[in-house]
Design a protein around this ligand. Structure first.
Ligand SMILES: [Zn+2]
Ligand SMILES: [Zn+2]
Length: 376
């Protein structure tokens, strides 16, 4: 089958690889209809992770079941499904409690597994014609048959639940004001999620005009960090009060408007801009170590943020990858009911063969490339 593989920094290619096959009775093989390039794929693309050469990338996958193992009882050939980026067993203590992003079984020695991702287990990704889905009955979410809402449903595998998770980690309630740092796909999904949950005001920080325009399009107030200090801007917009909740949707490669990386920059801003007793949700990626990090602290995975102010203000912070299964069923039904339309951010649809070009343009943050969906 054809698949996109990682060769080295800024080097991916679409090549023939061995077909995905049933390896355990609980597996299914899914023919991929849509698979997205994710902002977090760029961490690997840029050579900032330990991902191995030859890995098939792609963790935002949906498609149609082609084949099921002997132990699969619920899922059937022909079912249209969304696959959470988390691979989870369904029976370990974390899965039993709903924390499927921290499954203890699928990636020995580590809590959590995913398709096509550094340090997340031996699983190939879905930027390919077919994908092997472990524990398929547990992991696959069935979708209505046909092709309707394809571009909305393709957001159910990661970024819509992840954006929603950011607001939940922050403890958002109806009527709250919410500051989202980063208007990439996850930040925009967090802003949309806050809106759908009844946020009073939503502010979205970025400097790219196309992204800020999308934030405005969904009713958020854009805050351009190249035009001045974000905390000052937010304080002015909130009459000196600050916001109730903050969502971090950038991660450790956060940079200032001249391009210099500041791993702690977003947390610094959030602690200052969120009011006392407010909440912060961190869904941007922070790795346990980054040997190529911009400072000695980050090379060891340490982040120097104003913990004293955080403590003094009695703020709370929630972190970590989204347990997609906690949200994807309800979000699917909100899509079907036309209550949420995440597909607004899709800027490009491409064939798998064009994905190499797609990576390069998305990585360069080329104007207009907000979200790329591949159709293998
Ligand atoms: Zn993703
Ligand atoms: Zn598990």
């Amino acid at each position: 089958m054809r698949a996109l593989v990682y060769n080295g920094p800024k080097d991916v290619s679409v090549v023939d690889v061995p077909d995905a096959t049933i390896e355990a009775p609980t597996d299914a093989i899914v023919r991929i209809t849509s698979t997205n390039i994710c902002g977090s794929d760029l961490h690997m693309y840029e050579g900032r992770t330990t991902v191995e050469q030859g890995k098939v990338l792609g963790h935002e996958n949906m498609g149609v079941v082609e084949e099921v193992g002997a132990g699969v009882t619920r899922l059937k050939k022909g079912d249209r499904v969304s696959l959470p980026f988390n691979i989870a067993c369904g029976h370990c203590r974390n899965c039993q409690r709903g924390s499927t992003a921290f499954c203890l079984e699928v990636n020995p020695g580590f809590a959590g597994g995913a398709y096509g991702y550094a340090d997340m287990g031996p699983y190939d990704g879905g930027q390919a014609e077919h994908l092997r889905v472990p524990f398929a009955d547990f992991n696959a979410l069935r979708l209505p048959q046909g092709t309707e809402h394809e571009l909305d449903f393709t957001m159910l595998s990661d970024i819509l639940p992840t954006g929603w998770h950011g607001t939940r980690l922050a403890g958002m309630e109806p009527g709250d004001s919410v500051l989202v740092i980063g208007a990439g796909p996850v930040g925009l999904m967090a802003a949309l999620s806050a809106k759908v949950q009844g946020a009073d005001q939503v502010f979205v920080v970025d400097q790219l005009p196309d992204r800020l325009a999308l934030a405005e399009q969904i009713g958020a107030t854009p805050v351009d960090f190249s035009k001045g200090d974000v905390v000052d801007q937010v304080m002015e917009l909130t009459k000196g009060v600050g916001v109730d909740r903050g969502v971090e949707a950038v991660g450790w490669q956060a940079h200032d408007h001249s391009g210099v990386e500041h791993p702690a920059g977003t947390l610094d801003t959030l602690v200052k801009a969120v009011r006392a007793t407010g909440g912060i949700g961190v869904v941007g990626v922070f790795p346990p170590a980054d040997p190529n990090g911009p400072d000695e602290l980050m090379q060891e995975g340490r982040i120097a943020f104003p913990f004293g102010e955080f403590f003094t203000k009695g703020q709370t912070m929630g972190t970590g990858q989204a347990d997609v299964k906690k949200y994807n069923r309800q979000l699917r039904d909100l899509i079907i009911a036309d209550k949420i339309q995440p597909s607004f951010l899709v800027s490009h649809e491409m064939s798998l063969d064009d994905a190499v070009d797609g990576y390069a343009r998305f990585d360069a943050r080329e104007h207009g490339y907000t979200k790329i969906v591949l159709h293998p």
